[in-house]
Write a protein that binds this ligand. Sequence first.
Ligand SMILES: Cc1ncc(COP(=O)(O)O)c(C=O)c1O
Length: 374
Amino acid sequence: MAEMRVPLLDVKAQYATIREPLLQAVESVLASGQWILGPAVRDLEERLARYLAVPHAVGVASGTDALLVALRALDCGPGTEVICPAYSFFATAGAISNNGARPVFVDIEEATFNLNPNALEQVITPRTRAVMPVHLFGQSADMAPIMDCCGKRGIPVIEDAAQAIGATWRDIPVGGVGDLGCFSFYPSKNLGGAGDGGLITTRRDDLADRVRMLRTHGSRERYKHERVGFNSRLDSVQAAILGVKLAHLDSWTAARASHASAYTQAFADLDGLITPIDAGRGKHVWNQYTLRVRRGSRDGLRSHLSEKGIGSDVYYPIPLHLQECFADLGYRKGSLPVSEAATRESLSIPVYPELTSDQQGYVVETILNWCHDN
Ligand SMILES: Cc1ncc(COP(=O)(O)O)c(C=O)c1O
């Protein structure tokens, strides 16, 4: 097959398919002069609440802010602990720390890269204020035992659903399983804006009210501040862009799932290359297709792909408990071995909706040839 360029993600290819309606939506917000909150944000919040089957969806400035605001709404501050997996994007733990709480890391399941519920009970203390599972790469965490363990103790659950919009646990869209759900509209997400954006979902009226107050400086009434909150609003222009894209989300997700299944078939039974598992907990939305490359050869495969013009990335090369900024928490190398192994072995390859069958064929052929020679 002739060499070609296959990026890890191609946002421009997606833009080309919806250029006209996007430009019209942006023009309409600009012409309205309502650039902060306003009808575009309200409309998107209502549509997303329906899409995610929750009564409340609140737009915020980013996925990181969604986590910050959610943690603040549950009073996860100094003297409290919040449990999260050691294998995630930094924001998961950064938001806990930025609220003054202590991140407590647990290991992940080898098969799904998600928080291992069996490791949860032993790290719960009287200071545990929340548990924050992450639905990594587009697949729900194992919510039954997590909800059961937290429910018995009255500990709230914040779902970091940044990578998993449209995924479900059983039949329930993620973000509506726990007390609060946090989503990101960063451009690489399945529903990505042209910049930053985020969303908080909840079934609880009290928390919806608190989150709305916290996103506008802790104020319900102008210049009266009940709590110290944030300036964290979703831009109207982003809301309009996301509104156009939402209509395509299900077909984009279906394309991701079809690419994922083609990869999994092509790479079945390869020695040393493990394909990602759909654990059947609900709908997987394949934000990433993440291989495990055994025998210390992950970086070799990555360089080979790069030489052949194929984009890939390591999500994530350092586990959260071994990040320099968390050195004072006292974790050591070997503390959370499954997360540490994942950082050495994982490699994400292109699975974006616009990937053509020629491009996918080329990625498959390049990886199969590499496996043959290594
Ligand atoms: C798991 C996870 N949590 C939180 C975030 C933070 O989202 P944002 O980049 O929109 O701040 C991201 C994405 O970047 C993420 O992947």
